[in-house]
Design a protein around this ligand. Structure first.
Ligand SMILES: Nc1nc2c(ncn2[C@@H]2O[C@H](COP(=O)(O)OP(=O)(O)OP(=O)(O)O)[C@@H](O)[C@H]2O)c(=O)[nH]1
Ligand SMILES: [Mg+2]
Ligand SMILES: [Zn+2]
Length: 717
């Protein structure tokens, strides 16, 4: 818990106090008022403290503002009836003092100037604020004189250092003490110096710069229209329409202060560079100028809740929903999404945490401020975000989606409808067992007949696949990065149509794995440094699967692997530096490998094994450590018009029992033979005249069967 008196995270323990009975005691030895009423800890989770210091030059309206705020809060129960708003003082003594001050104020009596001496904060406990819930306001009021020199401020301002928010009240009323931009610049300089002397960091503080005595500013013709509207706006409920106005007024007031007419450009630029965030608002605590020492009509506060609304908005994970041009606020994301089907949910910068899965059941747009800026942390087991839309599309854009906590689960599951995913980070999915069922741990899982279009996203560190297409799902994956996933970067096992272009699949178990697909195209991707193969075509994929123009380099096993009975087409790919073969064609594969560039792999350029029977045509196989093309097992097929050169072993080597057709190849400059039949069981028939095999180190041809006298193989080299 945060001690409301010293603003330190402290373990507030209930103890028995001789005078006050049961209280909470702060464990910080430097705490000035270590005793906190028990009530403070009640429902602490739903009543988080919002500490703020009210600062400002002497006479700028701090004390009157606090009083008017208390006055306003007293009225809220009658205004916010739907939510059943209520409030209480944390401390009885403070309450009595406050009531007597308020009574005086209502009778028109103004408070005296605040002494520089630091006072105990006032803690006000608010419950059932519409959309916001509970909040304990911890309000520090300091005398304005302290802001004139940093020595005084250091003495009293240790609280400044720890406060997450500053509400700076600034009066622009001519004739007030300290009414020039110079005074204000000086004060800010003192504040910044004090903070650095105290070892504080203003970059962690929110600044709400509030123009006071708004009633006096109304007659200035240059005061922005939005500021005037804000002063007369009747409903400051966080569940209402006031937010657009607050935004507008903040922007306009900033511009106004910066204008030549106003002359506060230095202040505006200074605070912008020094604080975490700055917002502007305008208030009138009294509602009208005072007459002499008193108020003619009592208090008529205007806009005094605006600083509080900004505090809540900047300190909480609030969610904005923009629907039909209106901006509405919600306390949590799930509630916002449920309330905004068909609309746009606009998230702020910051981290949102979802304990339950977020289910999208109708078209919606969820927009973050950018990958890395808006983060959603997902905790729910099984899946974090579920999309099942009977008609239409959900768009998720500009977000980081991360799983946190120990529960196994995917990040996103799309079961029905379309998901459009743009500029997102998706990571941290966890593989495991839940109630006897295994959880994939995929970043994005698309199943049944769902569709997904995934553009410029990165899928990193998922324990399962980065992207998984299954059942009859379809989709496009464009310009995505898939990195460090425990299974494949992209795994496809669907009857649908899948197009993957310009993906970079790095350091996954496998780069891209196509187990089944109705129609598939993988093009211009980079698959590198994966733990096993770069790109795999498997299952019963047909020539409807085309793998074109990809780079499969430096993988720990094969660059490209065709397995099971795939008949995929591999065209114009480049495979180099792989720890095994550039291209491996295995099992019963009848794949076609055409016009590929296969260089410097640690084993063979192309290895054909088992029962594979591929077409290998017009490939360039160079400088591989073993053979250019190796046949093993009963593999056969056709090897035509390849350029095979400078491999350390043979150009083409036949070890198995298969009988591939080998025609019109150019096998030159290899370390072994141009063509070598290395197995006595080989049934291969090669007409050497149909290939050229000059300038190989050991000779053009070798046939171990030649001693059995099979004709033209036995020519000397
Ligand atoms: N017209 C107008 N005058 C205001 C308003 N709020 C405060 N004032 C006047 O400003 C003067 C100073 O207000 P205080 O609240 O005592 O100022 P302070 O910032 O607490 O000053 P110190 O305690 O000396 O630091 C009083 O005379 C108020 O009548 C307002 O909303 N409108
Ligand atoms: Mg005061
Ligand atoms: Zn304390």
């Amino acid at each position: 818990m945060l001690c409301p008196h010293c603003l330190q995270d402290s373990n507030l323990k209930p103890v028995s106090d001789t005078e006050q009975g049961l209280v909470l005691r702060c464990s910080n030895p430097l705490c000035d008022y270590p005793v906190v009423p028990l009530l403070y800890g009640d429902d602490y989770g739903s009543h988080p403290p919002s500490p703020f210091c009210i600062i400002g030059l002497s006479g700028h309206g701090k004390t009157v503002y606090i009083e008017s705020l208390l006055h306003e809060i007293q009225q809220l129960g009658a205004k916010w009836t739907d939510s059943q708003f209520h409030f209480t003082w944390l401390d009885e003594v403070q309450m009595r003092q406050a009531y007597s001050r308020l009574k005086a104020l209502r009778n028109g009596q103004l408070p005296k100037g605040t002494k520089t001496v630091f006072m105990r904060p006032q803690v006000l406990r608010l419950s059932n604020i519409p959309c916001v819930g509970g909040s304990q306001l911890v309000i520090f009021d300091m005398g304005g004189e302290a802001f004139l020199d940093s020595a005084t401020l250091v003495e009293h301002g240790k609280y400044l250092r720890h406060t997450p928010a500053i509400v700076w009240l600034l009066s622009l009323k001519k004739g007030d003490p300290y009414d020039s931009p110079d005074d204000v610049n000086q004060m800010m300089t003192v504040y910044l110096q004090t903070m650095s002397r105290l070892g504080g960091n203003t970059k962690e503080q929110t600044l709400i710069l509030v123009l006071t005595k708004g009633d006096e500013l109304l007659n200035r013709s240059d005061l922005p229209e939005s500021a005037k509207t804000a002063l007369s706006y009747p409903n400051y409920s966080p569940s209402g329409q006031v937010w657009n106005l607050l935004d507008q007024a903040s922007t306009d007031l900033e511009a106004w202060l910066r204008s030549e007419m106003c002359g506060y450009h230095n202040l505006v630029n200074l605070v912008k560079s020094r604080f975490k965030n700055v917002r502007y608002s305008i208030v009138s605590a009294q509602g009208a100028p005072a007459a002499g020492d008193g108020l003619q009509f009592g208090m008529m506060p205007r806009g005094v809740l605006s600083p509080l609304l900004w505090l809540w908005r900047l300190q909480r994970d609030l969610v904005w929903v923009e629907l039909n041009g209106q901006k509405l606020l919600h306390l949590d994301l799930a509630e916002a999404v449920a309330a905004s089907s068909g609309g746009v949910v606009q998230l702020e910068e910051g981290t949102y945490r979802l304990e339950k899965p977020l289910n999208l059941r109708s078209p919606i747009q969820i927009l973050g401020r950018g990958n890395g800026k808006t983060v959603i942390e997902l905790q729910a087991p099984s899946y974090g975000i579920g999309v099942a839309i009977s008609k239409g599309t959900a768009l998720i854009k500009g977000l980081s989606l991360r799983r946190v906590g120990p529960q196994p689960g995917d990040i996103i599951r799309v079961m029905q409808g379309n998901l459009d995913l743009q500029d997102c980070f998706v990571g941290g999915a966890i593989t495991g067992q839940l109630e006897g069922r295994s959880v994939q741990g995929a970043g994005l899982l698309i199943a049944k007949q769902a569709k997904s279009r995934i553009v410029s996203c990165s899928f990193k560190g998922n324990q399962g696949n980065g992207i998984l297409f299954m059942d009859q799902s379809s989709g496009q994956v464009y310009d995505c990065t898939l990195e460090g996933n425990g299974d494949a970067g992209v795994y496809v096992r669907t009857e649908g149509v899948v197009h993957v272009a310009r993906a970079a699949a790095r350091s996954n178990q496998t780069g891209i794995w196509i187990e089944a697909v109705g129609q598939g195209k993988i093009e211009q991707c980079i698959a590198e440094q994966n733990g096993s193969a770069g790109i795999v075509a498997s299952g019963t994929t047909t020539s409807n699967l085309q793998i074109i123009g990809n780079f499969a380099n430096n993988n720990r096993r094969d660059g490209i692997l065709a397995r099971a009975s795939t008949a995929a087409l591999f065209l114009k790919n480049s495979c180099s530096g792989n720890a095994r073969n550039g291209i491996a064609l295995t099992d019963d594969s009848t794949a076609t490998a055409k016009e590929n560039q296969v260089h410097r792999n640690a084993r063979n350029g192309i290895r054909v094994s088992d029962n594979a029977s591929p077409l290998i045509e017009s490939n360039t196989l160079e400088e591989n450590t073993e053979s250019g093309i190796l046949f093993e097992g009963s593999a056969s097929g056709e090897v035509r018009s390849n350029s095979i050169r400078d491999n350390q072993g043979d150009g083409i080597r036949l070890e198995g029992t298969g009988s591939p057709r080998i025609e019109e190849n150019r096998s030159i400059g290899n370390g072994g033979f141009g063509i070598a039949v290395a197995s006595e069981q080989a049934k291969v028939e090669v007409d050497p005249k149909k290939n050229s095999a000059d300038t190989n180190k050991r000779g053009p041809l070798m046939d171990v069967r030649s001693k059995k006298g099979s004709g033209w193989w036995s020519r000397p080299s």
